[in-house]
Design a protein around this ligand. Structure first.
Ligand code: UFG
Length: 344
């Protein structure tokens, strides 16, 4: 596939890994990002892995004129992968308006320019958060979409609705929403990975920052859930596996293999792991000992969620198959590498 693909939020965590896989598959990528939560050096990482430096425009997707300018400059874009969004659940509760404004306006701008520039395909970065605490596990795409537990989750639900309605009214356009479970790990080169600004909110970056000595101990949020060891269970998916699913989705769109103009796929491993299992696997995989302490449940957390990813397995011809220990080792290698680099 040697098409031109626009990647919004392409210097971010999942965005950068996806740009690498798109380049590896032969695509020409155009990255836009406002660098509000990522570093320009990520482009060096992408070029050192792939041997290709993607085109880059510092653009906030909420700025319609700049987005238009970018599409004019890079004529012939055939598809968009849209990552650029705010993503912190807790912060969204404090700043709902900022979340609605940023996440909804950027998507609407993008759909407008797709129509204007006749860009036929969209892959949207969605989340399993749209399901809330599902009644039945594993979660299939047919599971009920419940009222979102946070403004962030609500933006993902609303964005999916905006896409569905827009696609229904636009015969020339198709879209795929990918609902991620818990993306973790880093590229095996340790050259790109997750770099949260400030205190990490997610489990794995908190673990690696604790192991390297930036944090005193990991806080385990609750051991009294209705799960075998009492800690929360999630479906942790390797970020490179996840990135590859985007390439499959782009291929499906551009090769006209979609069964519907708008499709939705869960992206997970199908297996849940508890917080204690993650700690144990991290220690075994890296040889590091992790300090942790028990804390009360984190408000808003659910007990257990993992994916039924069989639709994506079947329809996209994709599977998340990197073993968890390898994934956690990759997160650790990245942590060590980025701290070394930042010291210089
Ligand atoms: N956890 C801890 N200590 C921490 C951080 C997390 O014990 O310092 C626990 C949580 O309680 C939970 C598990 O680790 O049981 C995973 O927590 P994360 O914060 O890593 O992930 P979440 O499942 O809460 O949220 C993630 C993304 C969201 C997305 C959601 C969908 O951060 O953007 O998955 O389920 F919406």
């Amino acid at each position: 596939m040697n098409e031109r693909v626009l990647v919004t939020g392409g210097t971010g965590y999942i965005g950068s890994h996806t740009v690498v896989e798109l380049i590896n598959s032969g695509c020409e990528t155009v990255v836009v990002d406002n660098l509000s939560n990522s570093r320009i050096e990520v482009l060096d990482g992408i070029s050192s892995i792939t041997g290709t430096r993607p085109a880059f425009d510092k653009v906030d997707v909420c700025d319609l004129d700049r987005l238009r300018e970018c599409c004019r400059k890079h004529q012939g874009i055939k598809a968009v992968v849209h990552f650029a969004a705010f993503k912190a659940v807790g912060e969204s509760v404090e700043k709902p308006l900022e979340y609605y404004r940023n996440n909804l306006i950027s998507l609407m701008n993008l759909l407008l320019v797709m129509r204007e520039f006749e860009i036929p395909g969209l892959v949207f970065s969605s989340s399993c958060t749209v399901y809330g605490q599902p009644d039945r596990l594993p979660v299939t795409e047919e599971s009920l979409i419940k009222p979102a537990a946070s403004p962030y989750g609500n933006t993902k639900q609303i964005c999916e609705e905006i896409i569905r309605d827009t696609i229904a009214a636009s015969p020339a356009m198709k879209a795929i929403s990918l609902r991620y479970f818990n993306p973790v790990g880093a590229h095996p080169s340790a050259v790109i990975g997750e770099l949260p600004s400030g205190t990490p909110l997610n489990l794995v970056p908190y673990i690696t920052q604790t192991a390297i000595g930036l944090r005193e101990h990991l806080r385990v949020f609750g051991n009294d859930y209705d799960t075998p060891d009492g800690s929360g269970i999630r479906d942790y998916i390797n970020v490179v596996d996840l990135a590859r699913a985007h390439v499959k989705a782009i291929e499906r769109l551009l090769e006209n293999r979609c069964r519907q103009p708008y499709e939705v796929f869960n992206l997970g491993t199908g297996k849940g792991s508890s917080v204690f299992e993650i700690i144990r696997t991290f220690e075994e995989a890296t040889g590091e000992r992790l300090n942790w302490k028990l804390y009360p449940r984190r408000p808003g957390d659910i007990a257990c969620v993992y994916a039924d990813a069989s639709l994506a397995n079947r329809e996209l011809g994709w599977k998340a198959d990197t073993p968890l220990d390898e994934t956690l080792r990759s997160a650790w290698n990245w942590e060590k590498n980025i701290r070394r680099t930042m010291k210089r």
